[in-house]
Design a protein around this ligand. Structure first.
Ligand SMILES: C[S@@+](CC[C@H](N)C(=O)[O-])C[C@H]1O[C@@H](n2cnc3c(N)ncnc32)[C@H](O)[C@@H]1O
Length: 295
């Protein structure tokens, strides 16, 4: 157990509802404008160059779910399920029973509506991983751990390890800083503009969010008992995903402003295009980390 973990009482952790809701509860209709009908809010996987955003998002889900060795009837937990599309695809295509948790009430409303045809095979709850304590067979977390903060990583991985049976995979997709060695090798330097952009993201877009290098996450996962079996970077795919979001948002500027405000529109354009630039320059990365619980 790490020092950071030792200081936290896992049964008394409160999820950061306010910070997370300030972003995701903004307006489902606004997000629909640039995310499109899948409402997937993570890096898509352009398995083929000519893929549309929608095809690439479905391919991303398949890439992640395919690493989870899903068997019909198994119970899959999606931690940070967003608007529900990963659980829906897993239930429809892999025959599992899904439970998705998110801190956003708007996302739960949307997901429940979208999954109506699946009955009790797909369940969505407004609940943090801190409050979830039921056995599951598989776990995915697609771009949600960025909200958890390092001081909670130990408790998070220990809980996931405890909820899973032995011989079980877990898959995390996460935005990361490249390892220091890779930054040096590529001579990546953070300019004043980069620092100002990071502050803007922390203050206005994702309050409470935090990025780390893959090795930091893997270290906490290892301490909990997991083995890291694969790390796959999707870096160029996130630049392309963000370009698609920016293009859609810009093309629907008036509708977006009507649903929110000119300030919000400008903020989102700055955030989306600024992140795309930083994936292109290699200053941030996004990876799928495959974990394995042996015993
Ligand atoms: C960027 S979205 C990703 C959504 C979805 N996985 C996707 O691929 O579209 C991050 C998600 O993490 C969720 N989240 C953040 N902190 C959480 C916590 N402590 N427990 C559960 N979900 C959390 C948010 O509510 C949101 O649904």
């Amino acid at each position: 157990m790490t020092m950071a973990t030792a200081q936290l009482n896992p049964t008394q952790l409160t999820p950061p509802y306010q910070d997370v809701q300030s972003h995701y509860d903004l307006s489902n209709d606004f997000y629909r404008i640039f995310l499109g009908p899948t409402m997937l809010y993570t890096c898509a996987y352009y398995e083929r160059d000519e893929f549309t955003l929608e095809e690439a998002q479905i391919a991303k889900n398949d890439l992640a779910l395919g690493k989870c060795d899903l068997k019909p009837g198994q119970r899959l937990l999606d931690i940070g399920c967003g608007w529900g599309a990963t659980i829906i695809q897993a239930v429809e295509k892999y025959g599992v029973r899904g439970v998705g948790i998110t801190l956003s009430g708007e996302q739960v409303k949307w997901a429940k509506q979208a999954a109506q045809h699946l009955g009790d095979r797909a369940e969505f709850r407004m609940q943090g991983w801190e409050e979830f304590d039921e056995p599951v067979d598989r776990i995915v977390a697609l771009c949600s751990t960025e909200h958890f903060r390092e001081e909670r990583y130990g408790v998070f991985f220990e809980k996931c390890y405890r909820l899973l049976p032995s011989q079980a995979p877990m898959l995390i997709q996460v935005i990361v800083f490249p390892e220091e060695s890779a930054q040096k090798e590529k001579c990546l330097t953070w300019t004043e503009e980069d620092v100002a952009f990071a502050k803007f993201i922390g203050r206005k877009i994702f309050p409470g969010g935090q990025l780390r290098a893959p090795s930091t996450l893997c270290r906490y996962a290892k301490q909990a008992g997991f083995e890291t079996t694969r790390i796959q970077s999707l870096q160029p795919h996130y630049a392309k995903t963000l370009d698609a979001w920016a293009e859609r948002l810009e093309a629907n500027r008036e509708a977006a402003i009507e649903l929110t405000s000119p300030e919000i529109y400008e903020m989102y354009m700055r955030y989306i295009t600024g992140c795309a630039d930083r994936y292109r320059s290699g200053k941030i990365d996004v990876v799928q980390i495959s974990l394995w619980k042996a015993e």
